[in-house]
Design a protein around this ligand. Structure first.
Ligand code: NAP
Length: 282
């Protein structure tokens, strides 16, 4: 699996597996664990989760999926903003570790900005790192102003990634956030790369231009949408898939090489932003 480097020097895979909505329905549990294991078998060892997902249920699914293979996995989890004070961050991390069945998290993120002062959260994340409970920490749903503000705080040079909503239909981050992060070698993790909401996803994947490009590559529209993200510098992509056919397709999207003509057509079908727009969030 291709990797990028975090500011700490640790390698991070460019393709991962999301887990939002996993762990909610006991009937689906085995399917979800099997999907994550299949992904790992195919080399997609980065798994993204959060204490929020199914109230910890998704972390438990991840824990089951990595049983006996912790060393292979690169685990990302997230702390709720309302837990992100000095003591709350520590306690939330301990709970996540228990559910994950692991003694460390590779990358621990502040899920979004809340009312706890950012400096306090960074301090708390730093002490978790010093204690070896997390290897790296980062943020999520931070726009450029948030990143700028964070960068002035002690310890902020350790912010390893910013995880944001980014896909063909949501190109807002390209205006100023991606350039800002790239300049500082902070990778961006693109969440909802396939527009998870049913209507928006249909709008994206049924786009006739996208479908035509997919046809030329003997691929699916979803694979083209993922490969468009994967070809970008300093971008990590984390689609969630329970259907094993989707997991296989997503892995294979790494091998698709888009041509200049494909990129031109995608640009016309899904134009880049012409002005700054507020960061979208799910
Ligand atoms: P997504 O990955 O863009 O879309 C998931 C949906 O796409 C599922 O319905 C899945 O179906 C389907 N799918 C997956 N692969 C497919 C393929 N090859 N062809 C067609 N459909 C496919 O959306 P997401 O779950 O919102 O985002 C991904 C991950 O990002 C989340 O799971 C979560 O880990 C993270 N996330 C983070 C935040 C944040 O605030 N930081 C917010 C949202 C999401 P099946 O499951 O049936 O296979």
């Amino acid at each position: 699996m291709k990797t990028l480097f975090l500011p700490s020097g640790s390698a991070i895979p460019v393709l991962g597996q999301g887990t939002w909505y996993m762990g909610e329905n006991p009937i689906q549990k085995k399917r979800e664990i099997d999907a994550l294991r299949l992904g790992m078998d195919l080399g997609i060892t980065l798994i993204d989760t959060a204490e929020m997902y199914a109230d910890g249920g998704a972390e438990e699914i991840v824990g089951q999926a990595i049983l006996g293979r912790r060393a292979e996995a690169f685990l990302v989890s997230k702390v709720y903003p309302h837990n992100a004070d000095r003591r709350g961050t520590q306690a939330a991390c301990e709970r996540s570790l228990r559910r994950l069945g692991s003694d460390y998290i590779d990358l621990y993120l502040l899920h979004w900005r809340g009312s706890v002062p950012l400096g306090e959260t960074i301090e708390a994340l730093e002490s978790l790192k010093k204690a070896g409970k997390i290897r790296d920490f980062g943020v999520s749903n931070f726009d450029r102003n948030d990143m700028q503000e964070a960068s002035g705080l002690p310890g902020a040079e350790q912010i390893a990634v910013n995880q944001v909503l980014y896909n063909l239909m949501r190109r807002g981050p390209e205006w100023d956030l991606l350039p800002w992060c790239r300049q500082r070698s902070v990778p961006v993790m693109a969440y909802s790369p396939l527009e998870s909401g049913a209507n928006e996803q249909r709008r994206m994947l049924h786009n006739p231009h996208l479908k035509e490009i997919a046809r030329r590559h003997d691929a699916s529209a979803a694979q083209i949408a993922l490969s468009w993200l994967l070809r970008q510098e300093q971008v990590i992509v984390i689609p969630k898939a329970v259907d094993p056919a989707h997991v296989r397709e997503n892995r294979a999207s790494l091998d698709i090489v888009l041509t200049a003509q494909d990129l031109l057509e995608l640009e016309q079908a899904f134009p880049a932003p012409l002005r700054s727009t507020p960061l979208d969030m799910r």
